[in-house]
Design a protein around this ligand. Structure first.
Ligand SMILES: [Zn+2]
Length: 181
């Protein structure tokens, strides 16, 4: 027997690959401060050229859609996984296609990836979607309130690309563009 439809999830992009195939762009205490002490990274960075569409990973609703500090233009959507409500986080976006409290289905276009927030100086193969899975919608800094996306996907596309096509009939229109806040 398959999983119930409302527990289905997909990947946030059509082509999903950890940027630069670098462990430091995965989840956890994978980065270092200048003094060499471990520094947390709260999610996965997927390589994404500017303006790449990203999609709701599961059915739920939009619980945040606005600018938020270093995250830049940020969308947070709820979804169900193993009977638990979790939250998918899309950061550094260029523009957003959804508004607060809007219901989304798996595959609903969320927005276009960008370099807003603290990603503003990134170019070329540094460009990415910062993606998190949270168990509270808007926690503070550090790893609190986050869980590894590995918990949901069971695989990390560190050295391979995972393709996840979308229905071409889904049409997206921008509601908020970076720079317009
Ligand atoms: Zn990141």
């Amino acid at each position: 027997m398959g999983a119930p439809m409302n527990d289905s999830i997909r990947w946030p992009l059509v082509e999903n690959h950890i940027r630069k195939s670098s462990e430091s762009n995965t989840f956890g205490r994978v980065r270092k401060h200048a003094d060499g002490s471990p520094k947390p990274h709260q999610g996965w960075d997927f390589y994404a050229a500017l303006g790449t569409n990203c999609y709701a990973i599961g059915a739920g609703k939009v619980v945040y859609s606005h600018y938020h500090g270093d995250f830049g233009l940020l969308v947070v959507t709820s979804f169900k996984f193993r009977h638990q409500e979790l939250f998918a986080v899309y950061a550094h976006l260029k523009q957003v296609f959804v508004e607060l409290n809007q219901a989304v289905e798996m595959g609903t276009p969320i927005g276009e990836t960008g370099n807003s927030g603290n990603a503003a100086n990134l170019t070329g193969d540094e460009l990415h979607l910062h993606f998190e899975v949270r168990n509270v919608p808007m926690p503070g800094l550090g790893l609190a309130g986050r869980i590894s996306p590995f918990h949901v996907y069971g695989i990390c596309p560190l050295h391979q690309t995972i393709s996840c096509p979308v229905q071409p009939s889904l049409i997206a229109l921008p509601l908020v563009e970076a720079g317009a806040h």
